[in-house]
Design a protein around this ligand. Structure first.
Ligand code: GCU
Length: 348
């Protein structure tokens, strides 16, 4: 199976159309002030809609809601952010399309989604590119390392990448028992994000890969459409996946990455002063998110255990070994190689 995403105007699904005509979370009527028109005009401000696929208790929601408050205060109400959690504006693939066509202003999307638009992004989705959250955050917010990557979608898709949030270390959880080594995944269906790299990752770990949107996973596990999934402890708990797949095995096979993306025309419509405030508050936001992450992970483990989940240490080296060849299999151009080498150099 080959995953491709086309960013094009699409018919809005009922749920998205409804959410877009609904009032914003603060009771405002949404984009009351016009955003950018792409012709270089400066916008006086806007209530920006931000699409998120996490719950309100997730650190990403908390940090983004705080971002909105600080931004509004610092711009005297000119720029506001309404965060729509729980895929209300659509799953990530759809949210990305909506940001591209300007219907939605901002979204948090996993790196796997951007890989489908520009394969250079896949470098940061490789299982062994980042050693830790700190390493990852340092690399992805280092302009010298990322170079033109974050502006590479502007011409074709009107999407600007602003930086990101960690997804922490991802591990495997199942509805059939702990997995100690890749051999325990033989014949099992493992849900992955919609990415060719992550399909190959699941297969390298011995499983049969099933790409699926995040919001479909609870019922997918419950109905046995898939036997297993891989994610961080925070999503395992906040999405209640532990109720239907309670066996967590600490493979720690990947430090995952989410990006904040904005419609490029809207971003360039901000006055230079407002853009500087926006950028400074966004930096404070991803720093806050990184701080929240450790505690959120500990809390998620405690609460999932209280709900019946089990956490098992595994032979991490056995998983590392089968995943090591993926970098050479997937890196196929000089830009990708340079990104990979720079990321690895930053780890040393
Ligand atoms: C994490 C990540 C999400 C992503 C999800 C997934 O929760 O933060 O952005 O969508 O994993 O596995 O789909």
């Amino acid at each position: 199976m080959k995953i491709t995403t086309r960013v094009a105007a699409t018919a809005l699904t009922g749920v998205v159309a409804l959410a877009l005509t609904a009032c914003g979370a603060d009771g405002s009527a949404g984009n009351d002030t016009a955003g950018g028109d792409g012709n270089g005009q400066t916008s006086a401000g806007s209530t920006m809609r931000l699409a998120l696929n996490q719950t309100e208790e997730h650190p990403s929601y908390v940090a983004l809601a705080n971002f909105g408050e600080r931004l509004s205060e610092a711009t005297e109400g000119r720029w506001q952010i309404d965060v729509f959690p729980n895929e209300t504006l659509g799953a990530q693939q759809e949210a990305l399309q909506l940001v591209s066509d300007g219907t939605v202003d901002l979204a948090i999307v996993s790196g796997t989604q951007l890989e489908n638009l520009n394969s250079d992004f896949l470098v940061f989705n490789l299982p062994q590119v980042f050693d830790s959250v700190e390493h990852q955050m340092g690399v992805i917010h280092d302009q010298e390392i990322v170079g033109d990557l974050y502006t590479s979608l502007e011409d074709g898709s009107s999407i600007t990448v602003l930086g990101g949030f960690t997804q922490g270390a991802r591990s495997i959880y199942t509805n059939f028992g702990p997995v100690q080594t890749p051999a325990d995944l033989a014949g099992k269906k493992l849900r992955v994000q919609e990415s060719d790299l992550h399909i190959a990752m699941a297969e390298a770990m011995g499983a049969s890969a099933t790409p699926m949107a995040f919001g479909e996973l609870y019922t997918g596990l419950q109905a046995g459409v898939v036997d297993a999934a891989e994610n961080n402890e925070v999503s395992f708990f906040t999405q209640k996946h532990f109720e239907v797949a309670p066996y967590w095995s600490s493979t720690n096979h990947l430090v995952g990455l989410d990006y904040l993306v904005i419609n490029s025309d809207l971003a360039s419509s901000m006055s230079p002063e407002d853009r500087a405030v926006f950028d400074a508050e966004w930096t404070a936001t991803h720093e806050e998110h990184t701080e929240l992450w450790t505690t959120a992970t500990e809390d998620a483990i405690t609460q999932a255990e209280a709900g019946g989940a089990t956490f098992t240490e595994v032979d991490e080296a056995a998983f590392r070994e089968v995943l090591a060849p993926l970098a050479d299999q997937f890196i196929e151009n000089e830009v990708q190689r340079a990104l990979y080498d720079a990321a690895r150099t930053a780890a040393e």
